[in-house]
Design a protein around this ligand. Structure first.
Ligand code: PRP
Length: 184
């Protein structure tokens, strides 16, 4: 898809495919350097992290293991409650492993905060986080994030894994959604 395919549902392109790609190159180089000689397990959080996981992992010069978790936040609406239910757990045993959680976005931080303590309780050697996007002004809890693609404003964004009502995940760029789409 390109911006024209969204018609007037797109307000503006926030990050182009090229900008995302260039930042992913830098993040991958940093991860390669940080985990040199180690056996890395990347954990993608479904569904939003599919794009960043695929693009980040393919840029690495190290053979990594990839596993997936699906979680759901209890509570109404589109905001996280911090109470998380595991819909699909990892296949891998984390004991003694170096784990890198891969996310598309950190908004309130509540999902990641819960996930971090859940995974840390399983006896890994280390757990770090990589996220493509972060909304610092939306943070309700501070989460220590090792790799951040871009800090962005609190606008409603879609694309590159992020959806509105399950649509627009397959945009290769990140854009803000026109308010008429989500009902403002
Ligand atoms: C998104 C995102 C994070 C979470 C971040 O997932 O992938 O997991 O929200 O929000 P928080 O920082 O406020 O907790 P979502 O629940 O939309 O599921 P999805 O990835 O399947 O779209």
């Amino acid at each position: 898809m390109d911006p024209a395919d969204m018609g007037d549902d797109l307000e503006r392109v926030l990050l182009t495919e090229e900008q995302l790609g260039a930042r992913l190159d830098e993040m991958a180089a940093q991860i390669d350097a940080d985990y040199a000689g180690r056996d890395l397990l990347m954990v993608g959080v479904l569904k939003g992290a599919v794009m960043v996981m695929a693009d980040l992992a393919r840029r690495l010069h190290t053979a990594v293991e990839m596993d997936w978790m699906a979680v759901s936040s209890y509570g109404a609406g589109t905001t996280s409650s911090g109470v998380v239910r595991i819909l699909k757990d990892l296949d891998a045993d984390l004991t003694g492993r170096d784990v890198l959680i891969v996310e598309d976005i950190i908004d309130s931080g509540l999902t990641l905060s819960w996930l971090l303590s859940n995974l840390r309780s399983r006896g890994p050697a280390s757990v770090e986080i990589a996220t493509m996007l972060r909304k610092p002004e939306a943070a309700k809890v501070e989460v220590d994030v090792r790799y951040v693609g871009f800090d962005i404003p609190t606008d409603f964004v879609v694309g590159y894994g992020l959806d509105f009502a399950e649509k627009y995940r397959n945009l290769p760029f990140v854009g803000t959604l026109a308010p008429h789409v989500y009902g403002d």
